[in-house]
Design a protein around this ligand. Structure first.
Ligand SMILES: Cc1ncc(C[n+]2csc(CCOP(=O)(O)OP(=O)(O)O)c2C)c(N)n1
Ligand SMILES: [Mg+2]
Length: 336
């Protein structure tokens, strides 16, 4: 396993330049603001049900998803807002889905955990831990059978490793040589148990046990994530089978909105906030003269406008009618 991805000898001319990093910064700031706003809307009673915020993990979504092409597919877990936004789903319709209204990306029927947009190859957030890993293997198998050159990205949390599907999916993906990038967001906690108290080894080493190339990256550094994911995607697209990335990251907020967070110290959160991925990227760009006050101001304004517009859209979007309650539950018989 290569834990030194950031210090590998590499061709720096292929690194993202000023323009691409400006886009990464915009997306990361958009996700951060969108999540803050979602939290606010939840406490105001506009969003019901479960809400898992992605704050702190932005570099993972942006670095990984920007390594994909349009023809590629994504399946992810329930902490999915950041992934949807990084994939270019309409923020208005994502917010509407959180509000449960008609023009939400899933018609208001899925909510926060089940964002979906087939036109973007975004095949869903999944609420059941690890249930989507076998689906990714199926997507990879389909890509091989259709020979369409697509790659499936499967994003999941560290909690998945305790599930049988994790092991079944990794094993089959290798045996069937499916083009799947397994992207694990190791934020150090499941719901309330520290990862260190539940697994005796590193997650990437489990992938190695299944004969899958695996790398551990700094999930608080968008460049590190992007670099590793590009390599992984290339590996998969070239017919070499799956690839595993473990991104070490941290969530700043509780597991969901009703988490008293008794399992960690506030000082630990503060410590990770000092390594904030957005601050890190800003500093990187400033050092190179790629980000001045004016540009940062423009990006912030655009973020603010997009999020305000998303809330306005969702607030004015109607609830699905009661008559649609049973739609999409059973299929209409073919002959009426
Ligand atoms: C099969 C299954 N068991 C339990 C749960 C309840 N549950 C929801 S989230 C979660 C923790 C998952 O943690 P992790 O995969 O690390 O993701 P994170 O929330 O840290 O992003 C659990 C146990 C579930 N949704 N599915
Ligand atoms: Mg976790």
């Amino acid at each position: 396993m290569n834990q030194q991805a950031s210090t590998e000898t590499r061709d720096t001319s292929a690194e993202p330049g000023a323009e691409q990093l400006g886009l990464f910064l915009y997306e990361m700031m958009l996700i951060r603001r969108f999540e803050e706003k979602s939290g606010e809307m939840y406490t105001r009673g506009k969003i019901h049900g479960f809400l898992h915020l992605y704050t702190g993990q932005e570099a993972c979504a942006v670095g990984a998803i920007n390594a994909l092409e349009d023809r590629d597919k994504i399946v992810t877990h329930y902490r999915d807002h950041g992934h949807a936004l990084a994939r270019g789903l309409d923020p208005n319709r994502v917010m509407a889905e959180l509000f449960g209204t008609m023009n939400g990306v899933s018609g208001g029927r899925g909510g926060s955990m089940h964002l979906y947009d087939v036109s973007k190859g975004f095949l869903g957030g999944y609420a059941i831990v690890a249930a989507h890993l076998p689906l990714a293997v199926g997507l990879g198998l389909a890509a091989n059978m259709k020979k369409d050159g697509s790659v499936a990205m499967c994003i999941f949390g560290d909690g998945s490793v305790g599930e049988g599907e994790f092991h079944e999916a990794l094993n089959l993906a290798v045996l069937w040589k499916t083009p799947v990038v397994f992207f694990c967001e190791n934020n150090l906690y499941g719901m309330g148990v520290a990862f260190a108290q539940s697994l005796s080894t590193q997650i990437a080493r489990l992938a190695e046990a299944y004969n899958m190339p695996a790398v551990t990256v700094n999930g608080m550094d968008v460049l590190d994530v992007h670099r590793a994911t590009k390599k992984a995607v290339e590996h998969c697209r070239s017919g070499n089978g799956p690839y595993f990335i473990e991104a070490m990251t941290y969530r700043y907020r509780g597991h969901s909105m009703s988490d008293p967070e008794l399992y960690r110290l506030k000082a630990e959160i503060e410590e990770y906030r000092k390594r904030d991925a957005i601050d890190h990227l800003k500093a990187y760009m400033q050092e190179r003269g790629w980000l001045d006050e004016q540009r940062l101001h423009e990006i912030s304004e655009r973020v603010e406008h997009t999020v305000e517009e998303a809330v306005r859209f969702a607030e004015n979007d109607p609830q699905p009618p009661i008559s649609s309650l049973f739609n999409h539950i059973t299929r209409e018989p073919a002959n009426g």
